[in-house]
Design a protein around this ligand. Structure first.
Ligand code: ADP
Ligand code: MG
Length: 367
C-alpha cells in the first residue's frame, strides 16, 4: 500500500510561562512512500519522527495536510480503521498473558463479519509467530523471554491483522548491541517476506542506512533529504545531512575558494572550477584521505589505530572544526606512529563544499 503525505503539518501550542512559542513538530511534509518498501525516518531526538509516525497511524490529528493510503484519504479515519500495525520501543506486552494470547489480542476485538473463531485466531497467531520465529515459545509469559524475543512478539502482534502498513518507532532501542543487529536483520527479512509497506523510525543513522530502501532525513520538523541511503550519503544536500550520516563522521574544515583553488589555511587542496571566490566549509569523508608523502594537506599526527582491514589515522589541523580528524586508510599503507606530521591527498568525490551561513552544498567540478 503506497502512502502519500500531502503538506502534512503538526503544530503543538507553546507551554509554560517562557515557552509560549508553538512547536512545529512536522512541517509541511509532502512525499510518497512507495508500496512494499521500507522507509527509514531518521533524525536527532526531538526532530518530529514520532509525531510523523503518530500522524500516519492516526494517534494524532494533523494541524494541516492530508494522508492517503493508496487512493483512500485516511486523514480523518480513526487508527483502528486504518489497518496499521504498530511497534514501539517499549514492547508494551501484557505481562499476565502468554505469547499466544498477546499475539491473538488484536483479533479478539474483531466484530461482525470480521469476527474469528478461537481456532482461526490461533491459526493466524501461529502464522505470525512463524514469521518472527517464535512458534516454539507460544505458552511462555513475556517475563520468560529475552528482550529480543519480546520485541518479536510485539512485531507478530502488529502483523497478525495483516496490516496495510507497518509502523515501527525506535523498535530496537531497548536491545543490547548484538540483539539490535540481529533483530534489525529480522525486521528486514519479515518486511521482505510480507511485502508490507513499512516506516521505521530511528535516530541511529547506521540502523536506518542498513535496512532502509529509502531514508528521509529530518531536522527540527523539516525534511532535509529523501533518497536511497547510499545516494544521500554520497550526495548530501547540506552540511547537516553530511554530518548526520557516516561513522566515523565527516571531517569539517574552514576553507576558502580563491582563483579556482580550494585553500585550507595556507595549503592548496584542489583546483576546481565553477565556484566563485568565497569562504567555504569543507567536508571530507574519512575514506576521502589518501596517504601521500607530497600530499597537499599536512596534519599533526595524534595516533594510529589499526582495525584489521583498515587503519584509522587520528590527527589535528588548525582549520579543523572537530578536535580531531579521523581518516580511514587501507591497512596496506603504513604510517609511522611516531611521526609528527602526516600528509594527505584528497579524493575529490569524497570532498564537499558548503555555504558557511546556510550550510547548503556548493557544487563544483574538480580539476
Ligand atoms: P522525535 O520522535 O523525533 O524525538 P517527537 O515527534 O517526539 O520527536 O517531538 C517533536 C517535537 O514536538 C519536540 O520538540 C517535542 O517536544 C514536541 N512535542 C511532541 N509531542 C508533543 C505534545 N504532545 N505536546 C507538545 N509538544 C510535543
Ligand atoms: Mg520519538
Amino acid at each position: 500500500m503506497k502512502i502519500l503525505l500531502q503538506n502534512l503539518t503538526k503544530k503543538f501550542p507553546g507551554r509554560g510561562k517562557k515557552s509560549t512559542e508553538e512547536v512545529i513538530a512536522v512541517n509541511d511534509f509532502t512525499f510518497e512512500i512507495p508500496d512494499g518498501k521500507l522507509i527509514g525516518l531518521l533524525g536527532p531526538s526531538g526532530c518530529g519522527k514520532s509525531t510523523a509516525l503518530n500522524l500516519i497511524c492516526g494517534l494524532q490529528k494533523p494541524t494541516a495536510g492530508k494522508i492517503f493510503f493508496g487512493e483512500d484519504d485516511v486523514t480523518d479515519l480513526p487508527p483502528e480503521h486504518r489497518g496499521v500495525g504498530l511497534v514501539f520501543q517499549s514492547y508494551a506486552l501484557y505481562p499476565h498473558l502468554t505469547v499466544l494470547k498477546n499475539i491473538t489480542f488484536p483479533l479478539e476485538n474483531l466484530r461482525g463479519a470480521d469476527r474469528l473463531t478461537k481456532e482461526e485466531m490461533e491459526k493466524r497467531a501461529l502464522e505470525a509467530a512463524k514469521l518472527v520465529q517464535l512458534e516454539g515459545l507460544m505458552d511462555r509469559k513475556p517475563s520468560e523471554l529475552s528482550g529480543g524475543q519480546q520485541q518479536r512478539v510485539a512485531i507478530a502482534r502488529a502483523l497478525v491483522k495483516t496490516p496495510r502498513v507497518l509502523l515501527l518507532d525506535e523498535p530496537l532501542s531497548n536491545l543490547d548491541a548484538r540483539l539490535r543487529l540481529q533483530t534489525r536483520e529480522e525486521i528486514r527479512r519479515i518486511q521482505r517476506q510480507t511485502g508490507v509497506t513499512t516506516v521505521f523510525v530511528t535516530h541511529d543513522q547506521e540502523e536506518a542506512m542498513s535496512i532502509s530502501d529509502m531514508i528521509v532525513v529530518m531536522k527540527e520538523g523539516v525534511v532535509q533529504q529523501i533518497g536511497k541511503p547510499q545516494e544521500v550519503y554520497d550526495q548530501p544536500v547540506n552540511l547537516f545531512v553530511a554530518k548526520f550520516l557516516g561513522t566515523p563522521p565527516i571531517n569539517v574544515f574552514q576553507g576558502k575558494v580563491s582563483g579556482g583553488q580550494l585553500h585550507i589555511g595556507d595549503e592548496v587542496l584542489l583546483s576546481l572550477s565553477d565556484v566563485p571566490d568565497q569562504e567555504v566549509i569543507v567536508g571530507i569523508r574519512p575514506e576521502g584521505f589518501i596517504l601521500r608523502e607530497d600530499g597537499p594537506l599536512s596534519c599533526d599526527l595524534t595516533r594510529v589505530e589499526v582495525m584489521g582491514r583498515d587503519v584509522s589515522v587520528v590527527s589535528t589541523h588548525p582549520c579543523s572544526e572537530n578536535p580531531s580528524i579521523r581518516s580511514i586508510i587501507n591497512a596496506e599503507n603504513t604510517v609511522d606512529p611516531d611521526a609528527e606530521k602526516v600528509r594527505f591527498a584528497l579524493n575529490p568525490r569524497k570532498l564537499y563544499l558548503f555555504h558557511p551561513r546556510t550550510g547548503e552544498r556548493i557544487p563544483f567540478t574538480a580539476g
